[in-house]
Design a protein around this ligand. Structure first.
Ligand SMILES: NC(=O)C1=CN([C@@H]2O[C@H](COP(=O)(O)OP(=O)(O)OC[C@H]3O[C@@H](n4cnc5c(N)ncnc54)[C@H](OP(=O)(O)O)[C@@H]3O)[C@@H](O)[C@H]2O)C=CC1
Ligand SMILES: CC(C)(CO)C(=O)C(=O)O
Length: 286
């Protein structure tokens, strides 16, 4: 059985850890000391329309000292440098599931070409450190070429939908193009998608142009059609984080990364820039 470590025991890390544990794998969640102690004592409560509502025990540690076949990285971007200090071993493959693109360089500086891009599609949040709430049955992971079979075989066995083999740019920019409009428009207005569809679609078109410049096969109209198919009530974790006054929101990893890439390619990003500025104002005011 491959050894899988997950850095971060939040919404994504805990949900995948719970799925893997229930699927018969023996993952270890690497997380902060206090959280590790609590999870070791109390285990993890999961409310999930996909996995069922259950209580599960998952191994936890505050550091990864032992070899692992795969390391999943599931912390928010602002915590990445500090969280990486906990990884003292050299995992066989490292698959980050962060939103954004710029974490790839930081991870490659540490782990070299063992880093394989990944993204997760899920709507989940934590209700305290030992309780994860999965809000819809969607849970899918995409891992770019050359893949990470030690991880993806175990995820499939645990019932998680997995796609593999697409080029890295398609995986990262495909997710960011789908996310940026939804995240920036809902957060800038502090409103659900139904109230801000025009902004979300305008940003998606601007980001799709960057994705194309980055060599990703991401069709603007396909993304806009997906946005149109989302319910009016759809929202984003960026909106939830900024609304809750969390300092570790991912505006820079999402909007900042998009604007920097736009500047690199000389592409105008007027709607994205305006929404990023509005979110910054909201975040500072809290
Ligand atoms: N939630 C979602 O629905 C989705 C999230 N994502 C992406 O997944 C990534 C993770 O998000 P999410 O799981 O929601 O985030 P959460 O805030 O729920 O969880 C983050 C986890 O990181 C841990 N952490 C923070 N600092 C450190 C540190 N120094 N050392 C070890 N662990 C640390 C936190 O620990 P502690 O428990 O102690 O606070 C927490 O367990 C983000 O990039 C997000 O954009 C992508 C798609 C959907
Ligand atoms: C849009 C969503 C829920 C898709 O996974 C997401 O990634 C986020 O809000 O951060």
């Amino acid at each position: 059985m491959p050894t899988i470590a997950i850095l971060g025991s939040g919404a994504v890390g805990a949900l995948l850890g719970a799925a893997l544990a229930r699927g018969g794998a023996d993952p270890v969640l690497v997380t902060r000391e206090e959280t590790a102690a609590l999870l070791a004592r109390a285990g993890l409560r999961v409310d999930s329309p996909l996995l069922g509502d259950h209580h599960v025990r998952v191994r936890v540690a505050a550091r990864l000292d032992d070899e692992a076949d795969a390391l999943v990285v599931a912390v928010k971007a602002p915590h990445l440098p500090a969280a990486l200090q906990r990884i003292r071993a050299e995992p066989g493959v490292v698959v980050p599931l962060l939103n954004g693109t710029e974490h790839m360089a930081a991870l490659r500086a540490r782990f070299g070409d063992r880093v394989v891009a990944g993204v997760v599609r899920v709507q989940a949040h934590r209700d305290g450190p030992a309780h994860v709430v999965h809000r819809s049955p969607m849970l899918s992971v995409a891992v770019a070429a050359p893949g990470a079979p030690a991880l993806t075989d175990a995820l499939r066995a645990a019932g998680v939908e997995v796609a593999t083999g697409a080029p890295e740019a398609d995986v990262l920019w495909g997710k960011l193009t789908r996310l940026a409009g939804l995240a920036l428009a809902t957060t800038a207005a502090d409103a659900p998608l139904g109230d801000v569809r025009a902004d979300a679609e305008a940003v998606a078109r601007e980001v799709a142009a960057i994705a194309a410049a980055e060599g990703a096969a991401v069709g603007a109209e396909a993304v806009v059609a997906e946005l149109r198919a989302l319910p009016d009530a759809a929202s984003s974790s960026l909106r939830a984080d900024v609304g809750a006054g969390r300092a570790d929101h991912e505006l820079d990893a999402i909007g900042g990364a998009v604007l920097r890439a736009g500047a690199r390619h000389g592409l105008p990003m007027p709607r994205t820039a305006a929404l990023v500025a509005q979110v910054e104002t909201r975040a500072v005011a809290r």
